[in-house]
Ligand binder design. Structure first.
Ligand code: ZN
Length: 118
């Protein structure tokens, strides 16, 4: 088995994450900013203990690790519901991001119309 030690724990190769990697730090920052620094789980909206979830997993989709389209902000509690069932939730999260984008565009259009009328 391809295993190596990481901070004293045995982990699968390729699953280690360097939290200090600038690309990873930027990814986490950008996803949280896009999501308004709140948990995106429907009905939650918590602003504490936020984490960035990878919709397509870190280990199976290396090319999407730092793609903000592949990230969604969840609080620690909601993130736990998903861990281990990432594949089951992937389409659900993609839908949430779609709705968010549609809402953002609607808001922008409303503001634009208001500015033009005013
Ligand atoms: Zn939450």
């Amino acid at each position: 088995m391809s295993r190596k030690t990481y901070r004293g724990k045995y982990v699968k190769r390729g699953s280690t994450r360097d939290m200090k990697n600038p690309a990873y730090a930027k990814f986490r920052h950008d996803v949280r900013e896009r999501d308004g620094n709140a948990c995106k789980w429907p009905g939650c909206g918590s602003r504490s203990r936020l984490e960035v979830h990878h919709i397509r997993t870190w280990s199976a989709y290396p090319s999407m690790r730092f793609d903000i389209c592949n990230g969604i902000t969840l609080c620690n509690k909601c993130h736990k519901k998903v861990t281990g069932s990432e594949d089951v939730f992937a389409d659900f999260f993609i839908k949430i991001l779609e709705w968010n984008m549609i809402e953002k565009i609607k808001k922008m259009d409303k503001k634009k119309k208001k500015d033009e009328d005013g």
